[in-house]
Write a protein that binds this ligand. Structure first.
Ligand SMILES: [Zn+2]
Length: 298
C-alpha cells in the first residue's frame, strides 16, 4: 500500500493537525470530508487517499471550490480502537470536555468555524450485516436523499436523541451534512461506497459535472427510519424478543427489552434499528426504536 497522505508532512495544513486542503483557487463550494472519526473504521481514510491521489495526478479535476480532508482520530486509528478516551462523535459539545477526543473536537470546530464550510461528509463503517445507511443533519426531501445517497436505509431525527456528533457541529457551522455508514468495517465494498458518496457530493456541490464512479443496483424501496427513542443500556439489560435485526417489526404492546429498573414496551407499532446488536461494555445505546416507512427510489 502506498504511504498514507496524512503521513506526508509536506501535505499537511499548518493550522489543524492531520488535515489536508486541496484548493482549486477558484470560487466555489467547500466540502469537508471526515475520515476515522472512529479509529477502527478505515474506509474513509482509504477513500480520502484514493481521491487525493487522483486529483494530484490529474486523473480527476475539480471545476472549482476546495476539499478539506480531516483524518479525525489518528490516536484511535493507530490503536485500532473506536476511541481512546471518549467517542469523538459525541465530543462536539458546546461545553468543552477535557479528554483527548474533546480537545480534538474543539480544535476541529474552531478551525472549521473560520473556513466557510458548505458541506460535511463524514465516512463511517459499522459492525453489523454490512449495513449501509445515510444519517442527515436536516430534514431533506425524498428527492434530495436520492440525489445524494445510495443507501437502502435513511436515518432521521437521530440528532434530537444524541448530542455532540459531527452533524451537530455542522449545524453550528451553518452547513449541511451527511454521515454515511459504508457497510461492515471489513467489507471489501466499503471504499467503493465511500467514493460513490464523495462523487455524489461533488456533483451536488457543482464541483464536478460528470460522475467518475458508477451507480449500484439497489432495491427500489428505501427504508426511512425516524428515531422514536434510543434503547439505553442499564444494569441487567436484555432483549425479550428473538431474531434481532434492523427492520424487525415490534408490534404495539410488545415487551421488547427489560433491565433491572425498566421494562421497554412498544407504545405503538415500531421497528428496530440496530447498529450493533452485541453491546460493548462502554456503549450507551444498544439500538433504537423507530417509525419506519418505505420510500420509492425512482
Ligand atoms: Zn463510526
Amino acid at each position: 500500500m502506498e504511504q498514507n497522505i496524512f503521513d506526508d508532512p509536506q501535505l499537511l495544513s499548518a493550522d489543524l493537525a492531520d488535515t489536508i486542503v486541496y484548493d482549486t483557487q477558484r470560487p466555489g463550494a467547500h466540502l469537508v470530508i471526515f475520515s476515522c472519526v472512529h479509529g477502527n473504521e478505515p474506509v474513509g481514510l482509504e477513500a480520502s487517499n484514493d481521491l487525493y491521489r487522483r486529483l494530484v495526478r490529474h486523473e480527476l479535476a475539480l471545476l472549482n471550490g476546495k476539499i478539506t480532508f480531516i483524518f479525525a482520530n489518528r490516536p484511535a486509528y493507530q490503536k485500532q480502537v473506536r476511541f481512546v478516551e471518549q467517542n469523538l462523535n459525541r465530543a462536539f459539545l458546546e461545553e468543552f470536555q477535557d479528554t483527548l477526543e474533546g480537545r480534538r473536537a474543539q480544535a476541529i470546530e474552531k478551525y472549521l468555524a473560520t473556513k466557510k464550510v458548505t458541506f460535511v461528509l463524514d465516512l463511517h463503517s459499522i459492525k453489523m450485516e454490512d449495513l449501509r445507511m445515510l444519517i442527515i443533519n436536516r430534514d431533506w426531501s425524498d428527492e434530495k436523499v436520492v440525489q445524494l445517497s445510495e443507501t437502502p436505509i435513511v436515518v432521521k431525527d437521530l440528532l434530537n436523541k444524541v448530542a455532540g456528533s459531527t452533524m451537530h457541529m455542522s449545524d453550528r457551522l451553518g452547513c449541511e451534512a451527511m454521515a454515511i455508514e459504508c457497510g461492515d468495517h471489513l467489507s471489501p465494498n466499503g471504499v467503493r461506497v465511500a467514493l460513490r458518496h464523495i462523487d455524489l457530493s461533488l456533483h451536488y456541490l457543482g464541483m464536478m459535472d460528470t460522475h467518475w464512479t458508477s451507480p449500484e443496483e439497489l432495491p427500489a424501496d428505501i427504508e426511512v427510519y425516524n428515531i422514536v427513542d434510543l434503547v439505553r443500556i442499564s444494569t441487567g439489560f436484555r432483549w425479550c424478543i428473538d431474531d434481532l435485526h434492523t427492520g424487525k417489526r415490534v408490534p404495539q404492546g410488545t415487551l421488547y427489552a427489560e433491565s433491572d429498573s425498566q421494562k421497554y414496551i412498544a407504545t405503538e407499532d415500531l421497528h428496530l434499528l440496530l447498529p450493533n446488536p452485541h453491546f460493548l461494555p462502554n456503549d450507551v445505546n444498544s439500538g433504537m426504536v423507530t417509525k419506519m416507512r418505505k420510500m420509492r427510489r425512482l
